[in-house]
Write a protein that binds this ligand. Sequence first.
Ligand code: PEP
Ligand code: MN
Length: 263
Amino acid sequence: LANRMFHPEDTIVDVNGIQIGGKKIAMIAGPCSVEGEDQICRIAKEVKAAGADMLRGGAYKPRTSPYAFQGMGTAGIMAMVKAREETGLPIVSELMSAEHLDEFVENVDIIQIGARNMQNFDLLKAVGKTKKPILLKRGMSATIQEWIMAAEYIMSEGNPNVIFCERGIRTFETYTRNTLDLSVVPIIKERTHLPIIIDPSHAAGDYKLIESLSLAAIAAGADGLIIEVHDDPEDAWSDGAQSLKPKRYAELVEKGKAIAKVI
Ligand code: PEP
Ligand code: MN
């Protein structure tokens, strides 16, 4: 169903009137974790002013350690809803368990399937039974073929609204958190008709690298960027080291638009 051979034209996923896969680069930004209503509403306004089209924020967090902050859960989702009311930005959040599917269908505009759940086939089938746009992150050790088959799990249940998201893969390199694999952009575009966006934040793990990777992603033909932005990265509850401050994010958006114009 994802195969370009049987569907030559590009799929454009519509998210409350914002298109992913069209001419414009979709800019998604926000903190790794929702830390409270004030925090998410404040950052939502800042990223909107910087040029973001959508807001990200995790409420159910897949943390390596069970002792680390696990996310605010329902209160986090409701804080995202409030931020959407205040800014009009559609909201993206990660679903970790089908147990919370109804809550996400009701409240969230894009359901994110995280890297760690890319091959959680029951979860893929569950979101496939909805019509919600699904942001399908690449597993950190997944081949492109495995990733495309994960999209097939969603589509074969009846949901065509899949957006791929490259977020870096595990390699021998330790300088970066993961290795951003930009070769997937032309490959996914050749093999499938679905949109693909890039998450440079989880690939790099370091805010200093985000701008270069983002500009390269746009030049490579990506349909959008999802970037972690926090107004106090030093005190962020998760992923502060890779989070941009709003001012730096605004500069990135400006440069990104300039590159998008010439490609
Ligand atoms: C996230 O987006 O905050 C996240 C946990 O991403 P990934 O699944 O790519 O690690
Ligand atoms: Mn994160």
